[in-house]
Design a protein around this ligand. Structure first.
Ligand code: FNR
Length: 408
């Protein structure tokens, strides 16, 4: 199998697993604690069905969405992921270029290896900037000032990392600062010579370029990563930070990681323009519900018009359609494009986006929907827990009389 013969996102994961040393693959793939949240994110989609409508002309289909005043080709996007350069040098720039080609948003993480100033010129209409607030207010203000200067279309503030979580795969592999590479980890990595060569050729751990300006002149990549580790996570961050950013940032402001309807309401009161409903892909609170499960309440809390982008566990076109039916405006995903870029660079990320776009299109046709934005709960069919696969009223009015007639 190669990137062009990969037929779904899981294939991209398999390709990346072959190419990456376990320490890097596990860093992408893993979740917190027992990884229940990771599994829950997938199970949530599996609980919903789509009820197809036929005999509608679906020869023309439109899956474009408008977000913050700009139209994108598909209701998908690339979630922000830090340290992507570890999986392939310049991965962030490749993700930006893939997003531009597919005409979908790419959320560049402040923990990425490319800086905002490097990535934005590659895809000025597609790169959004995601930041974490740090424990240093001057740096927080400076990050917003840099965004004001560079002008990404959207500023995203992630709020779901008050402290580091317990990612046990990383701990077992020694993936923490400072790196404690055991001989076993090094030996395993040597089984992936392409990755090792690229890693050595580019000088080892990639620089977190967004943070370089805050480190002493000439600081190494390791020293910059250590500085980042002292500034984040920042458990003191609170609503005042959002207020302050709102005052300083004139463009579209999105908060990523809220899961409680009251928090969503508070964000709207403070003038936030959109939400990414997310549990960080199951990487933070293992006991968190899936974003899909809280989505209807989040939608009810913010009203009909505020964009809600669903994130965490999205792997199929049908997931995106289901999310839309439950109140999302669009959806983003993080690991699949990382796996794609790790396996084959920009072409791999592009393949992930193309597969998802094709699946959304196919599902829309299957259920008789011409326009993605017209999807609503009427397309959903969700069996009540423990109930047979028909609703009791359907059974009583439509099925039982026929059974009786046949039985005489
Ligand atoms: C992330 N995520 C993340 N989120 C964020 O707001 N800022 C960040 O820097 C990162 N870094 C990061 C690194 C890696 C390797 C992963 C896998 C994830 C979370 C990310 O934006 C998104 O919420 C999840 O990836 C969504 O889940 P799926 O699509 O990967 O299941």
């Amino acid at each position: 199998m190669n990137i062009q013969t990969a037929i779904n996102l899981d294939d991209l994961r398999r390709l990346a697993r072959r190419r990456l040393p376990r320490i890097a693959f596990d860093f992408i793939d893993g979740g917190a604690d027992d990884e229940r949240c990771l599994r829950r994110n997938r199970e949530a989609f599996e609980r919903h069905c789509l009820l197809p409508r036929y005999l509608r002309d679906v020869s023309k289909r439109d899956q474009s969405v408008t977000l913050f005043g700009r139209s994108y080709a598909s209701p998908i996007g690339i979630s922000p992921t830090g340290l992507a350069g570890l999986f392939r040098p310049d991965a962030d720039l490749m993700l930006a270029a893939a997003a531009r080609e597919a005409n979908v948003p790419f959320l560049l993480s402040s923990a990425a290896n490319a800086s905002l100033e490097d990535a934005l010129p590659i895809a000025p209409d597609h790169v959004w900037f995601q930041m974490y607030c740090t424990s240093n207010e001057q740096i927080n203000d400076d990050l917003v000032a840099r965004a004001r200067a560079a002008k990404p279309r959207v500023l995203v503030v992630s709020v779901d990392v008050p402290v580091n979580s317990n990612r046990e795969r990383n701990r077992r592999n020694g993936f923490s600062r400072p790196f404690r590479m055991t001989p076993g980890v090094v030996l395993e990595a040597l089984g992936h010579p392409g990755w090792v060569l690229r890693y050595l050729r580019t000088g080892g751990i990639p620089m977190m370029r967004n943070w370089k300006p805050y480190a002493p002149e000439g600081a190494s990549a390791g020293e910059v990563a250590d500085l980042y580790g002292t500034l984040t996570p920042a458990p003191m961050v609170n609503w005042d930070h959002i207020r302050r950013i709102r005052d300083a940032w004139p463009g579209a402001l999105v908060v990523k990681g809220l899961m409680h309807p009251e928090d969503a309401g508070e964000a709207v009161r403070l003038g936030v323009d959109g939400l990414v409903v997310s549990n960080h892909g199951g990487r933070q609170l293992d006991a968190a519900p899936s974003p899909l499960d809280v989505l209807p309440q989040m939608r009810a809390s913010v009203g009909e018009d505020l964009p809600i982008i669903l994130d965490s566990g999205v792997r199929r076109g049908s997931d995106i359609v289901i999310a839309r039916c439950l109140g999302a405006t669009s959806a983003i995903f993080g690991r699949p494009t990382l796996f794609g870029v790790a396996a084959a660079g920009q072409a791999g990320a592009a393949r992930a986006l193309q597969l998802m776009r094709n699946e959304v299109d196919m599902v829309m046709a299957q259920i008789g929907c011409r326009n993605f934005s017209e999807l609503d709960a009427s397309y959903l069919w969700t069996p009540a827990p423990g109930q047979p696969q028909t609703t009791s009223s359907t059974y009583e009015t439509a099925v039982r009389p026929r059974v009786r007639a046949v039985q005489g």
